[in-house]
Design a protein around this ligand. Sequence first.
Ligand code: PHE
Length: 453
Amino acid sequence: MATTNTTTQPRDSWGSKLGFVMAAAGSAVGLGNIWKFPYTAGESGGGAFVAIYLLFVIVIGFSVMLTEFAVGRKTGLSAVGAFKSTDRRWSFVGVIGVVSGLLIMGFYPVVGGWAIAYIYKIATGLLSTPEAIGDSFGGFISNPIQPLFWMGLYLVFNILVVIKGISGGIEKAGKILMPLLFAILILVAVKGLSLPGATAGLEFLFKPDFSKVDSTVVLAALGQAFFSLSLGMGCMITYGSYLKKKENLVQTTAMVTAMDTAVAILAGVAMFPAMFAFSMEPAAGPGLIFVVVPQLFAEMGGIVGLLLALLFFIGLSVAALTSSVSLLEVVVSYLIDEKGMKRSTAVFSASALMAFLCVFASLSLGGLGPTLFETGAFDIFDLLTDKIFLAVGGMLVCIFAGWRLNRSELEKEITNDGEIKFPLFGLWYNLVKYVIPFAIAIVAIAGVKAGFD
Ligand code: PHE
């Protein structure tokens, strides 16, 4: 969370602002960018998906994040309280957020567990047999027990962080490992781009072929924007509630959005050229980074390849952790504030429920466990949260801000009582009040309908 500051030293207040941006960026940058974005882009046909995603990030994502920060800072409360304090009837929007957090945590730790498992696998010789890397991933996730062990370990890390309140170690680790992960991604991208046949990957990612677009692709792009920016579930409302009154919300939003998007695009550039060079299928699915990255580093060879591969998965695990603690915290603070639980009780009950959901998610990938609608639990949590709950949550936040709060209140909040110039305020306001709710409704209805066809 934002560190303390003194008003006498301008350097301090800047430092505190950076601390906040890093915390919010820590929530945003996670598996969504590095694991989910590349494989979703691959499954959704590439360039056109990326173009629509970018449009949604700039127009919808930016506006919704600014709205969440403003609502959070104005009320000084977290997800449910922020709505409840204005109007009890709106509390349900916060509750939807809590449910989304719970459902996302019904699969996120499974993938977080894979990331930790890969640190171990790489340290114990995975790279020495490059030909076996693909099969090894398939074997690993369909093993009923192994992934559960790593998922459990990953959840334990989350519990430790959230029980102590968000502070200390993880944030410090994030400050060092995030930039390092960024640097490694650049390196992977350069390495991938140097392989023969790599340009086809860039073309796939950046040359839009709009004939491939249908309502499922548009909904996937919208869901990806919300998931990646941590929007639509009260997370950024909670973070906004810690923001100082004098800080510039517009600038902060721009910085978090830009960082998050940069990491996603970079992850795409790190993955696709290499995949095309290795003649892998772009629609490889959730295993994408767990196969491409080890292969690339195996190809690089030697101790340097090994070290970089290790650092990549350590960085990925930490990026995942800084996101999932924010998810767990939304559920925990709800249980504390609204249900009067003790912090430790709240953390344990929330995590127990999450662990229970994760067991189904994990087993469903191995073809075990009950399946619904012919898809596994993993896909269902993923579909509900990323494609529906978050977008609908974002839509409701916009309706709340646009129709329940006044324009002048919002203008005061966003411009810090007129101190900050935001020439686009009118545009933002109209987007939030009219355009975004409508656009989300259309995309969600069309996408869900197509999903059932
Ligand atoms: N944005 C996170 C990621 O990309 C996931 C997340 C979603 C975190 C919603 C908080 C809230 O991994």
